[in-house]
Design a protein around this ligand. Structure first.
Ligand code: NAI
Length: 339
């Protein structure tokens, strides 16, 4: 396999827009699992991001084609494809952000937890390499079950002595994307203006959209809020069933993953007031990890923001999700420490 180093290195003057200094820093982004259903459109979207100067596409198979294809797009970043474990180190070296959509997706009838046995091992080995080759990178964990893979990553990094809680993120952006879309549809407000925080975790009832804080305000009746909450929680299953055995959300997930990575890059670059929901190490409940609004800065997490005021319905949802989320977190920690 030949390393592919194509791509346009031309810099558009527009890149600097919004940056006080004018100059946009060099940033390397690595995508692990780049030839997969999420990985490919995510590679495309990251290639379109002017904040990226180097894009490393890694997978156990199929990356030469994806990298060659994406590299012909005339945007800023240089693209390189890496295939097989012996090239993982090169893929990771110098990365500022590592996005991980590697692993198996759900089939109809499966929960995210059913993926644990395969994906836990994949995440563990990829994180071991991250600790070795780019210990300071921000890690964006997409591989499911996120409620367990993030704690696994933390344990791996702790063992390697590289853990920085500010730099590990479970990507829950798709839950936010779905909540915004569904809310806009129901409330009949312009989707581009909608904001809805989604807290908790990333599986079933652990996904808790806070529609009481949604803007623009719409005063929807309780039954609509119940239905919207359920649809957001089951959004992934809706796609899994529609794809009928051909995988889970890939295109909307790639969009959400690209959005979150862009927020991480903006934070690193010092853009002020970058806030996204993410599953991170947290003190806002009794659990060690929790998804909530997070302010992103030059070192990753700058501040984990609180929950704000919750409706009674949301308070009950929070109470119900905590034991389930706790069990998933503990399962991840146990797995990471048992082998
Ligand atoms: P896919 O099967 O289409 O792609 C996965 C890719 O990972 C494949 O190309 C495969 O070769 C690669 N891979 C497997 N082992 C690897 C390793 N050790 N190193 C590097 N790459 C490896 O699956 P898809 O649909 O892209 O989903 C990927 C993951 O993302 C799944 O775990 C899925 O559950 C999760 N997901 C997460 C979401 C979220 O909101 N966080 C939403 C949707 C999916």
């Amino acid at each position: 396999f030949r390393l592919i180093r194509n791509g346009s290195a031309s810099r558009s003057r527009d890149i600097g827009r919004g940056y006080s200094s004018g100059a946009v820093p060099e940033r390397k982004v690595a995508v692990l699992g780049a030839a997969g259903g999420i990985g490919q459109p995510l590679a495309l979207l990251m290639k379109l991001n002017p904040l990226v100067s180097r894009l490393a596409l890694y997978d156990i198979a199929g990356t030469p084609g994806v990298a060659a294809d994406v590299s012909h797009i005339n945007t800023r970043s240089e693209v390189a494809g890496y295939m097989g474990e012996e090239q993982l180190g090169q893929a990771l070296e110098g990365s500022d952000v590592v996005i991980i959509p590697a692993g198996v997706p759900r089939k109809p009838g499966m929960t995210r937890d059913d993926l644990f046995n395969i994906n836990a091992g994949i995440v563990k080995s990829l994180c071991t390499a991250i600790a070795k080759y780019c210990p300071h990178a921000l890690v964006n964990m997409i591989s499911n079950p996120v409620n367990s893979t993030v704690p696994i990553a933390a344990e791996v990094f702790k063992k390697a002595g590289t853990y920085d809680e500010k730099k590990l993120f479970g990507v829950t952006t798709l839950d936010v994307v779905r909540a915004k879309t569904f809310y806009a549809g129901k409330a009949k407000v312009p989707v581009g203006e909608v904001n809805v925080p989604v807290v908790g975790g990333h599986a079933g009832i652990t996904i808790l959209p806070l529609f009481s804080q949604a803007t623009p305000k719409a005063n929807l009746p309780d039954e609509d809020i119940n239905a919207l909450t359920k649809r957001t929680q089951d959004g992934g299953t809706e796609v899994v069933e529609a794809k009928a055995g051909k995988g889970s959300a890939t295109l909307s997930m790639a969009y959400a993953g690209a959005l979150f990575a862009d927020a991480c890059l903006k934070g690193l670059n010092g853009v002020p007031d970058v806030v996204e929901c993410s599953f991170v190490q947290s003190n806002i409940t009794e659990l060690p990890f929790f998804a909530s609004k997070v302010k992103l800065g030059k070192n990753g997490v700058e501040e984990v923001l609180g929950l704000g005021s919750l409706s009674d319905f949301e308070k009950r949802g929070l109470e119900n999700l905590l034991p389930k989320l706790k069990a998933s977190i503990e399962k991840g920690i146990k797995f990471a420490n048992q082998i």
